[in-house]
Design a protein around this ligand. Structure first.
Ligand code: WT7
Length: 635
């Protein structure tokens, strides 16, 4: 029997050693025993981090939806697969059984086919957190289409860039979405985006808010009548192990967003196996991840990982503050949630509110608490542990990335003793390395360095859509034969890892990964702006907030500064989305630059964080005088 479910610490160490000593034998056993295949593989692993190329289970054939849905029907047909909890607590939740999910996915898959979608085509999904969202991912996977979900908080500009980058033929959206007390005109955003997307032939629209929207003849169709008329069964397309399953965009430190490509078999196996162990999921548990399916957390740990295990997964449409700050806990009580997975930024926001919001609900069903997206600070960790977990539910601080597909470093609850702010130990099969500035691996404990991974794991992203060179340059060129994460980390005396944060120009704001370059590009498009630089600075709720340094053109000098600030943020909202707005904007006459013209962000970061006691060496700057001016006028 393979070690599919790890239950104690010695077992973890033993299985970990096995997974590192002979990764192929280890993953082969997991694949054999816990998944259904149309054809077995010819080779478990083929890899070369120089090319880079990674292939898991090459030659195998399968369909991920047969693993996530069909195979559960004989034993769990009437079990709830998805609980949909609407934005408004007075609206009834929906319980979708595995049998019903099968039918809904098949109908949707048939609708996609009727509209010309074939294996390998890209479909853009721009939907709020309603059941149609999870169903459309699975419907694409059913017929071998590649889904590209764009978070429905992104602007029309961000949406059109992503649609065009991967040549999506179709967009799935809704008439609008609810977000707390507000509604958002999603269809309007899609219409605007599509002015720049000639390749999109069809837009299928789910009805959610019953708003009056424009439907473009020949292109736009209401989804529901099509689903009602579609056939309720759809034969699954047989896919190769390495066929792409989806594209998901993430920000880089430079350039346009990177379309990370995840493939079928390895992604399925790794998300399923991590889900089972890191949430210690048992039959009849009710698992809830509060993320949006627009992010990798939702793909891997709302949809694929849970469903591959026949679990019950909650999809929440709302926000933690509506109708009040007790909403999360009300949902936990209502559905008797056993595993709860959220982001530090949400915990910090809730910790600021009255404790009564937590105390009035019965949280005794909870067994495991999860955290993801950014380092969890000690205060937030204790608040979560004391008030939500009542000191009896272990907190799993899970470190991973869009690129890794699944959780990489994390405690296993009830197995690994936890320490606040530590993601603790590498998960089974994961071989981390800390690297120094000279490219050497730092051995031993009580050390810190740049976090790399030395050996492929099944759910590593295989490429960047349309740009394999960028994939190699970004992840495999900094350190020879290693995947570079972009994060710094330390390893303590017992070998536990603590992630210390990004070491590149990516800034994590409220758990969202933002690259500096696209935001600076957006600011620079303002007619009054000559140049700009943004950095992150510590913020009690968001973790980091954005601080912009802006040089005005001569024509901008006479303008009202507060109006300019508003216009700049408005522009960022339109280009990227509200998550990328700047908290502070300082107008400066110059930016500190090296002699080769590179902005010295290190100095700007220190000024923004009010940590100017030791600015480090500024003598190599082209324009050292500008530093004093910026410091004197810092916000
Ligand atoms: C970056 C990846 C993976 C799902 C959500 C974010 C940071 C993520 C943790 C954690 C410290 C974390 C890293 C990473 N990060 N989880 N538990 N502790 N930092 O996915 O948008 O691809 O961002 O988020 O900096 O590189 P993403």
């Amino acid at each position: 029997m393979s070690n599919y479910h790890i239950k104690h610490l010695e077992e973890y160490f033993q299985v970990y050693r096995k997974s590192v000593r002979d990764p192929e034998a280890f993953w082969e056993e997991i694949a054999e025993e816990h998944f259904v295949w149309r054809k077995k593989w010819d080779q478990v692993l083929k890899w070369d981090f120089k090319k880079p190329e990674v292939k898991w289970f090459d030659g195998a054939r399968l369909n991920i939806t047969e693993n996530c849905i069909d195979r559960h029907i004989p034993t769990r047909g009437e079990k709830t697969a998805i609980i949909f909890e609407p934005n408004d607590p007075s609206e009834e939740p929906q319980h979708i059984t595995y049998r019903e999910l099968h039918e809904k996915v098949c109908r949707m898959a048939n609708v996609l086919k009727e509209h010309g979608i074939k294996k390998g085509d890209r479909v853009c999904i721009y939907l709020p957190m309603i059941p149609e969202l999870a169903i459309s991912l699975l419907a694409c996977a059913r017929i071998g289409a590649i889904h590209s979900v764009v978070f429905a908080g992104f602007s029309s500009n961000a949406l059109s860039t992503r649609i065009n980058d991967s040549d999506c033929k179709m967009v799935l959206t809704s008439d609008g979405s609810y977000r707390g007390s507000k509604t958002i005109d999603l269809k309007g955003i899609v219409d605007k985006a599509l002015e720049a997307c000639p390749g999109v032939k069809t837009v299928l629209v789910a009805k959610r808010i019953n708003s009056k929207i424009k439907m473009l003849k020949g292109r736009d169709k209401w989804l529901q009548p099509l689903l009602d008329h579609a056939y309720a069964d759809c034969v699954a397309e047989i896919m190769e192990a390495e066929d792409p399953l989806f594209i998901l965009y993430t920000s880089g430190s430079t350039g346009k967003p990177k379309g990370m490509v995840h493939t079928t078999a390895g992604y399925m196996i790794y998300t399923a196996y991590t889900f089972k162990n890191i949430f210690q999921y048992r039959e009849n548990d009710i698992y809830w991840c509060t993320a949006d399916i627009g992010w990798i957390t939702g793909h891997s740990y709302i949809v694929y990982g849970p469903l591959a295990n026949g679990a019950t997964t909650v999809m929440f449409e709302g926000v933690p503050s509506y109708p009040d700050y007790g909403r999360f806990w009300e949902v936990v009580e209502k559905h008797k949630v056993t595993q709860f997975y959220t982001a530090p930024t949400a915990i910090r926001a809730l910790a600021k509110e009255n404790l009564e919001f937590v105390e009035q609900y019965d949280l005794s069903s909870l067994k495991v608490l999860g955290s993801v997206g950014e380092p969890i600070n000690e205060e937030a960790w204790h608040w979560y542990n004391n008030n939500v977990g009542k000191k009896k539910s272990p907190i799993v601080d899970t470190w991973w990335q869009t690129e890794t597909g699944g959780i990489m470093i994390s405690p296993i609850p009830y197995v690994t003793p936890t320490t606040p702010t530590y993601a603790t130990l590498p998960f089974i099969g994961i071989q981390p390395a800390l690297m120094d500035e000279n490219g050497q691996e730092i051995m031993g404990n009580q050390v810190d360095g740049r976090l790399c991974i030395k050996f492929p794991w099944p759910s590593i992203a295989r490429t960047i859509w349309g740009d394999h060179k960028r994939y190699r340059d970004t992840y495999f060129s900094a350190y020879e034969d290693k995947y570079f994460t972009g994060d710094g980390a330390l390893r303590d005396a017992v070998g536990y890892y603590r992630i210390t944060g990004r070491v590149d120009d990516v800034i994590i704001v409220s758990g969202h990964n933002l690259g500096t370059a696209p935001i600076e590009d957006s600011i620079n498009e303002h007619p009054a702006v000559a140049e700009s630089a943004i950095v992150g600075f510590p913020h009690d709720i968001k973790g980091n907030a954005l601080y912009g340094y802006v040089i005005l053109k001569e024509t901008g000098e006479s303008r009202d500064r507060d109006n300019l600030r508003k216009e700049i943020n408005q522009q960022i909202t339109e280009h990227i989305g509200p998550i990328a707005r700047l908290d502070k904007i300082q107008f400066v006459s110059g930016l500190p630059k090296t002699r080769s013209g590179k902005i010295m962000r290190r100095i700007l970061r220190k000024i923004a964080s009010k940590d100017t006691a030791n600015l480090g060496d500024t003598s190599t700057l082209l324009n050292p005088e500008v530093v004093k001016e910026i410091m004197d006028n810092a916000l």
